[in-house]
Design a protein around this ligand. Structure first.
Ligand SMILES: Nc1ncnc2c1ncn2[C@@H]1O[C@H](COP(=O)(O)OP(=O)(O)OP(=O)(O)O)[C@@H](O)[C@H]1O
Length: 426
């Protein structure tokens, strides 16, 4: 219950004695003024309390208003998100060419090309140039959005090594092939004037073909090392299987990167995965492969022979290659990388054991005799296996018996495998 002033005694409720008797104040007067003073203090403190409450309410009000604003903004954001999700998907395409600033020739991701309008609302800031990926309105196919460039597939699709450490001396049994590749890839980069003087154009690209593990990659790396070129390795099967829909774009980006990082060697491993003969009857996956191949051919045709970007491609299946890829001006030098012969195997054994602790009983000639049909990679595996046996036997060197055991371990399963080589080109 709130106490009111009216409930309290008033001055005329008190009997005044001694009025007019000078400064004599009665007891009841003192009580009353004391009461009024107390009362005033009480009211003052209540006033202060109310003021504080008022300030608190003001601050709560301000907080609620700011919260209201925040929720309004959030509602607006969610509403636009809902609108965005409800809107029809955009068709993805890339710009082939621009005309008059408001028309674009685009290639849709499914293949066909269209001449379409560019939305007037799209402030492209000069970004609409060939190669840029854009979003198209489904109905009108007008360019309504620019898709930001994502480096991710490009970076993961290839291996870029600024300088290689492999030297020709680490490759055994391929002296003739080293000479050929050196003339057709190394010389045009290091001494272009030799070709200019004679008046011939150097080959644009080289195709290495031969069984697996014979040193095709090794050879390409060694050329990159000799020329101080950036080595860009892409694997054909990955381009068309891992980056479905992006294969053609990746090919374009890879050549673009090679031009930027020139001198550069683009090494396309498993070329057959993108350059197999085209079949009449094609499904979606085949069309993807074809688009990637077409882009590869276009890139090869588009760059200058005298430039310092060279292509080395490798395949185990030269028999299935589309002849278009080996036409003059494309991969116009074909080099066979066969399984090593007896002398080749001996050299490869020497190369692979050179830096190891080898027993004096090791006879590489004998090892070479025993490993007919082995590739360089098999010889590498034999030496590695022999090293593991020596470790297991707690020996401080690799002995002939370790190598003989390793030959059996590596060569017997290989001999038991079905030999598909008769179906191949070589
Ligand atoms: N001629 C060779 N001289 C020395 N080592 C070799 C030779 N050929 C292959 N090797 C060894 O085998 C490994 C694999 O070789 P490489 O990757 O070059 O073969 P590849 O022909 O490219 O095989 P694939 O066709 O399977 O890609 C090399 O790192 C190397 O250790």
């Amino acid at each position: 219950m709130t106490e009111t002033i009216d409930d309290k005694p008033r001055s005329n409720d008190y009997s005044f004695s001694g009025i007019g008797n000078g400064d004599i104040v009665s007891e009841s007067d003192e009580d009353f003024s004391k009461y009024l003073l107390d009362r005033m203090k009480q009211l003052e403190s209540r006033n202060n309390l109310l003021k504080e409450q008022c300030e608190q309410i003001e601050s709560d009000k301000r907080y609620i208003e700011s919260q209201k604003l925040k929720y309004e903004r959030e509602t607006h954001r969610l509403q636009s998100e809902i609108d965005r999700l409800k809107s029809p998907p955009l068709v993805v395409a890339s710009i082939v060419d621009m005309f008059d600033g408001d028309k674009a020739l685009i290639r849709s991701s499914t293949g066909p090309q269209f001449l379409v309008k560019v939305s007037q609302d799209l402030d492209d800031g000069g970004q609409l140039v060939p190669g840029v990926r854009v979003g198209l309105n489904q109905q009108t196919l007008a360019v309504v959005d620019i898709i930001p460039e994502s480096d991710e597939p490009l970076i993961t699709a290839m291996e870029v090594i600024d300088s290689q450490e492999v030297d020709y001396s680490e490759i055994g049994g391929l002296d003739q092939q080293i000479m050929e590749i050196s003339e057709s890839v190394e010389l045009p980069i290091t001494k272009p004037e030799v070709f200019e003087r004679i008046g011939i154009t150097p080959p644009k690209g080289v195709l290495l073909f031969g069984p697996p593990g014979t040193g095709k990659t090794l050879l390409a790396k060694a050329v990159a090392h000799r020329t101080n070129a950036t080595f860009i390795r892409v694997v054909g099967s990955e381009l068309v299987q891992k980056y479905i829909g992006d294969g053609a774009k990746l090919v374009r980006d890879i050549f673009e990167m090679a031009r930027k990082k020139a001198p550069a060697i683009i090494f396309i491993d498993e070329l057959d995965a993108i350059a197999a003969t085209r079949l009449e009857d094609t499904n979606g996956a085949d069309r993807e492969v074809q688009r990637t191949l077409m882009q590869l051919l276009a890139e090869m045709d588009g760059f200058d022979n005298r430039g310092d970007v060279r292509i080395i491609a490798a395949t185990n299946r030269a028999d299935v290659l589309d002849p278009a890829i080996v036409r003059p001006g494309r991969l116009d030098r074909i080099i066979e990388i066969p399984l090593p012969d007896k002398d080749g195997r001996e050299t490869i054994f020497r190369i692979h054991t050179e830096r190891l602790n080898i027993g004096s009983d090791v006879d590489v000639k004998k090892l070479s005799d025993l490993t007919e049909g082995a590739s360089g990679a098999d010889i590498g595996a034999i030496v590695m296996e022999a090293g593991m046996l020596a470790v297991r036997n707690d020996s401080d060197h690799i002995g002939m018996s370790d190598l003989l055991d390793a030959v059996t371990k590596v060569m017997v399963p290989k001999a038991n495998n079905v030999d598909h080589s008769e179906n191949m080109f070589w």
